[in-house]
Ligand binder design. Structure first.
Ligand code: TXA
Ligand code: MG
Length: 320
């Protein structure tokens, strides 16, 4: 059985023994192990059922530690790190050999980030190694934003989850790197495109909607509920599925449907706030997926600010 608690010392002891701990971050919960220990890293892939071509992000307690694990820090990436760390930004940097190849799936760049959650920052600062941590969900399923979400799916596979409450941002980090010398966003996430542009000027966004060899592991179908997840115009989908007599649930941006009972619908943000919508997204997807329904109907959000990253997750959830 997996225990949940707030004991940083206990989490530290487990990690030092080469085992895994669920950790809170401001984005989503991570499934953490000693990034310098190949066996611990192998346990992460195994617990998540994750293919070994999908590389992991390493987490450190401070910007200063990054130079122990990477050979250089391009100025435009360093400027972004200085602006947004600790926070929901991940940077791709050339790795030192101390980072096992398993962490990076054999690539010569490693993804690094300094997360912003008080418990995890304290934990990282007490350790003398960085933590490799993918989102703490089985591969392909919805990312966890509470300690209970982690246990709901990984119970028995890891000894402990450090409980840091609900993740504030609710979306994974934005991943940036250099691609042929050009600043590039590899994954949309908790830092908005406009925030990146404000610091770094122009930035290329890699196509997000399909699998791309440059973003290994970013599969077209991802973040997916078990139930079929249909994305479209709810004002047409809802009457259509009522008429067909289907059991369904609805995930809207801000609308409430009078013809559907309250437990079968969730509005991400009744007053149309994208931050609030991001915070609620994965918890609501999990909730609706747990209902006795055949289908989940959802709509895209405005394609601005965090809406871009939210829509990316919704599209992947619907790509079966
Ligand atoms: O917010 C987050 O980033 C969370 C928390 C726990 O920190 N972590 C997270 O990790 O979302 P994960 O494993 O679910 O997603 C990591 C993704 C990989 O799927 C891959 O697309 C990209 O990061 N990635 C990692 N290392 C890479 C590398 N060396 N080159 C290119 N992409 C990389
Ligand atoms: Mg993930």
């Amino acid at each position: 059985m997996t225990k949940i608690g707030k004991d940083i010392g206990h989490a530290k002891a487990i990690l030092e023994a080469g085992d895994l701990v669920g950790i809170p971050t401001e984005t989503v919960y991570g499934l953490a192990g000693n990034a310098l220990n190949k066996d611990a890293v192998a346990k992460i892939f195994e617990a998540k059922n994750r293919p070994d071509f999908d590389p992991l992000i390493i987490h450190t307690g401070s910007v200063e530690q990054i130079s122990h694990y990477t050979t250089s820090f391009a100025p435009e990436l360093e400027a972004l790190a200085n602006e947004f760390w600790p926070g929901p930004l991940t940077v791709l940097l050339p790795k030192k050999s101390i980072i096992p190849d398993l962490v990076t799936s054999g690539l010569d760049q490693v993804a690094v980030r300094v997360p912003n959650h008080p418990l995890t920052r304290e934990l990282l600062q007490s350790l003398d190694f960085p933590l490799a941590a993918p989102s703490a969900n089985p591969f392909g399923y919805i990312s966890p934003t509470t300690a209970q979400h982690v246990v709901d799916q990984l119970d028995g596979k890891i000894p402990y989850v450090l409980d840091g409450g609900e993740c504030e941002v609710g979306l994974e980090s934005t991943i940036v790197g250099l691609e042929d010398g050009q600043l590039t966003i590899f994954r949309l996430g908790g830092i908005e495109v406009s925030q990146i542009k404000r610091v770094a000027g122009n930035v290329l966004i890699l196509p997000q909607s399909s699998s791309n060899p440059k973003t290994p592991g970013m599969l077209k179908s991802h973040y997916a509920p078990r139930k079929p997840f249909i994305l479209g115009d709810l004002d047409q989908l809802v009457p259509h599925f009522i008429q067909k007599g289907k059991k369904f649930a609805v995930l809207s941006f801000d609308k409430v449907f009078d013809e559907i009972d309250a437990p079968h619908q969730r509005a991400l943000s009744p007053n149309g706030d994208l931050k609030q919508a991001a915070h609620a997204l994965f918890a609501y997807m999990r909730y609706l997926d747990s209902l006795d329904v055949d289908i989940i109907l959802a709509e895209e959000l405005p394609e601005s600010g965090l809406g871009k990253a939210i829509n990316d997750r919704l599209r992947r959830a619907s790509a079966h």
